[in-house]
Design a protein around this ligand. Structure first.
Ligand code: PLP
Length: 375
């Protein structure tokens, strides 16, 4: 099989599986238990944290392990609600955020717990300073804008947004679920205050992620418990966390090689589309540093290409995995294309272990599907 759906999820590394199994077998104790084996599990979690703290330059208690990117995005909104409890809360986000953030904003808005301005990016997919300036209000507390969009692969200018937030004394959270492992983020905390991560997008396991806080001491923790410094309750799993740290460490150790592979293959795919003169437009063809290649072809529907490739055991998708059952417009594409064109969209997302010959086979299959197509 040729797996080109890495934006949906990635295959766990063997070392990730082994770490999980070893820790779950030997160090299964509850890390909050005050006995020796509990302390050993707790030590393992502390060791795992240093991988994150060394890379991101944040304090140990700034790492809140969660069940994944979705929970991290929900948690930052809950923390803001708690932080400013009793005050009017307005937040700024965008119309192209992942559903985990967008839907939660809508829900909190419906419940009357905060008000939200949703910025629709400009025609090139970018959020501008002018838009932020227009959106900001006296009661704005948080700006939450993703780094890389899961459907278009377009990345936002976190430095500009961070500077804007500093100037206006606003908190800045970014959903880095698609960006971590695909862009260099070691200096990101120069610009952001909080960041969401998910392990399964970088060859870790599903069910674990993190919300990282630059200055945890500045936040009011909702709970008194010692667990996760009162930011999140529940037993934490040393095995999941250790395996998450292992895949993060694998990325950090091989960073240049990994990023080069993604960039090289991305350019190769786009150049081969052109070389073969396939009537397929790449949404963000000039974008650097994204593993997501959003494609549109008026020659047929996205579903057609996805199914045609599927029959050749080449796996791509037609929209972000959590939306794959919904029909109609794709929110992320609205700034870029009229909605009637959205059904012509499909997504190729490459990974660290994708090969040039897999790209060749995909181009060949696409060419073949166009030759035998039906609209
Ligand atoms: C940008 C973005 N944010 C958040 C998530 C949710 O992450 P998880 O699947 O770990 O809940 C995803 C998953 O596709 C994503 O692409």
């Amino acid at each position: 099989m040729i797996y080109l759906d890495h934006a949906a999820t990635t295959k766990p590394l063997p070392i990730v599986l082994k770490t999980y199994q070893d820790v779950a077998k030997q160090y299964f104790a509850n890390p909050a238990s005050p006995h020796h084996v509990g302390e050993v599990a707790d030590d393992l979690i502390s060791q795992a944290k240093t991988i994150f703290t060394d890379y991101f330059h944040i304090p140990q208690d700034g790492i809140i392990f969660t069940s994944g990117g979705t929970e991290s995005n929900h948690l930052i909104l809950d923390l803001v609600l708690h932080q400013f409890n009793g005050e009017p809360i307005h937040i700024i986000t965008s119309t192209v955020e992942h559903a985990s953030l967008y839907d939660k904003c809508q829900l909190l808005e419906q419940q009357g717990r905060l008000s939200v301005t949703y910025i629709t990016p400009a025609e090139n997919g970018q959020i501008t300073k002018q838009q932020l300036t227009k959106a900001v209000q006296p009661d704005t507390k948080l700006v939450t804008i993703q780094l890389i969009n899961s459907e278009t692969g377009i990345s936002q200018d976190s430095e500009m947004i961070g500077d804007f937030c500093k100037d206006h004394q606003l908190l800045f959270h970014t959903d880095a679920v698609q960006a971590f492992g695909k862009q260099k983020l070691s200096s990101i905390f120069n610009y952001v205050d909080a960041l969401s991560l998910s392990a399964h997008k970088i060859h870790g396991l599903k069910g674990v992620g993190a919300l990282l806080l630059k200055q945890p001491k500045e936040w009011r923790a909702p709970f008194q418990s010692k667990t996760q410094a009162g930011f999140r309750q529940g037993t934490i799993d040393a095995g999941l966390i250790a395996s998450f740290a292992v895949c993060v460490n694998d990325y950090i150790t091989n960073k240049n090689k990994r990023l080069n592979t993604l960039s090289r293959l991305r350019h190769y795919f786009i150049s081969q589309l052109k070389h073969e003169q396939l009537p397929i437009e790449v949404i963000n063809s000039d974008e650097e540093g994204s593993h997501i290649i959003g494609c549109l072809s008026t020659a047929s529907y996205g579903d057609y290409f996805q199914q045609a490739l599927n029959r050749k055991q080449i796996y791509v998708s037609t929209r972000s995995a959590c939306h794959s059952n919904t029909i109609g417009a794709i929110r992320s594409l609205i700034p870029l294309y009229p909605t009637e064109q959205h059904q012509h969209y499909f997504r190729i997302s490459i990974g660290y272990f994708t090969t040039k010959s897999e790209i060749d086979a995909t181009i060949f299959a696409l060419k073949n599907s166009l030759e035998t197509r039906t609209l």
